[in-house]
Design a protein around this ligand. Sequence first.
Ligand code: AMP
Length: 307
Amino acid sequence: MEQLGSKEEVRQAVAQARRDRKTVALVPTMGALHEGHLSLTRAARKRADIVAVSVFVNPTQFGAGEDVAVYPRDLERDLGLLDAEGVDLVFTPTVETMYAAGASTTVDPGTLGTVLEGAVRPGHFGGVATVVAKLFALFMPDLALFGDKDYQQLLVIRTLARDLDFPVTIVGCPTVRELDGLAISSRNAYLSPEQRAIAPVLYRALSEAVRKAEHGQTSASALEAAMAEVLACEPSVEPDYAVVRDAEALEPVELLLVGRPARALVAARVGTTRLIDNVAVVLGGRAPAEWQRAVVHPRPGGPGGMS
Ligand code: AMP
């Protein structure tokens, strides 16, 4: 595995791959790697000759009072995990490398960046879109892989690639979960044992919406009420939203329609830790595998587990 610290090193490594007629897949991360991230590198390995991972805690996507300073970082451990996965290139820039002094140009993701997570975290998706556009410009990857876990982010990036003409295929990958349904996240490490025990209520709420839709409930507001009811079972959990939206634009829907994918999305605070999760919701039948795409994390004690 080659570790790259500068943009020039990235350009050279990518140019070499091009000369060798190899395809390049990029997996952007903020480090503190876990099974969710590793699932993306494995999916990349299946699809491209060269797998590149970036590890960069991007300050511009954190708002005032958010956790950029204390965001978990362990580069040595991350490098060991990526090496063991057979990753070819890992880009570990500093903030100063990524953002030249005086950098002032940003990417505005438009309306999609202002709803749900964007409403609770103003500026967040602008920061995400800007850093991902910069990574795309540097790597010019054939494909880039992102988790369904951050579903709105995935949509923002698909839209960005389309609108800014990046010739990259965006691949969404299934959410990796703990055995009790909790979506694996670097932020789960902040949870106390008591909070960790109640955190799966988010997935239970989402699963209730899926179940009701499977049984023919067409009303989005009824599904949202069902999710709110499940979340209320844990009074210490403070929901920011629990909604059913159109799966492509995240616009509100009144009724689920056959063949029209919808998405249930939840964000809630468990103590001071904010968790997000989402699932596909399909009327009148089980979500097709490519919509639902939840897989159970097989090793609770593995990376990103509860330790
Ligand atoms: P992050 O390091 O949190 O910025 O995440 C980097 C990438 O990993 C993003 O595309 C996330 O959506 C993805 N990711 C994070 N957690 C999971 C998970 N539990 N399952 C699948 N992908 C994930």
